[in-house]
Ligand binder design. Structure first.
Ligand SMILES: [Zn+2]
Length: 153
């Protein structure tokens, strides 16, 4: 990777996320750990409501307010991802730049790390006069079923 090798190494696991909290001097409360564990297990983008429901379903003792406050703290520190959607915020475990595949049938958002070819980036720079330093792409499509048939609507 030719990205800057400063202390801002990407978070690639639950352990990385916990380390990052420590580096930033954030207290890792039980509740905060619950949320991080859930996001790394789930590996999908969830709303605060879904996170609350799932944790309580697992028998974890955490209140609404605590879920909201911890999500806010974790996302503002760049430890988790926060996506603004028209129907509310969604939270994900990957905080460095990545692209999304939006499933139009299941309404899921999948994370994907994509490197665009250099010449494509060059074209964007030429057309806009902006030097590209980062990007995140939104892909849209329909899930394929197990047997390989496209799901048609
Ligand atoms: Zn994401």
């Amino acid at each position: 990777m030719q990205k800057q090798a400063i202390s801002t190494k990407p978070i690639r696991s639950l352990e990385d996320a916990l380390d990052k909290c420590q580096i930033l001097g954030m207290r890792v409360s039980r509740q905060r750990r619950f949320i991080l564990e859930l996001l790394w297990q789930a590996n999908e983008h969830l709303s605060a409501r879904e996170i609350y429901d799932r944790l309580n379903h697992q028998g974890k003792d955490i209140g609404h307010t605590s879920v909201y406050q911890n999500l806010e703290a974790l996302s503002s520190q760049g430890i988790i991802e926060c996506i603004e959607r028209c129907d509310g915020r969604l939270y994900g475990n990957i905080s460095d730049s990545h692209s999304h595949v939006n499933c139009l049938d299941t309404d899921q958002i999948l994370d994907v790390h994509i490197d665009l070819p250099e010449d494509l980036i060059r074209i964007v720079e030429e057309r806009t006069g902006v030097q590209i330093t980062d990007y995140s792409i939104n892909f849209y499509g329909y899930r394929q079923t197990e047997n390989g048939d496209g799901v048609k609507k």
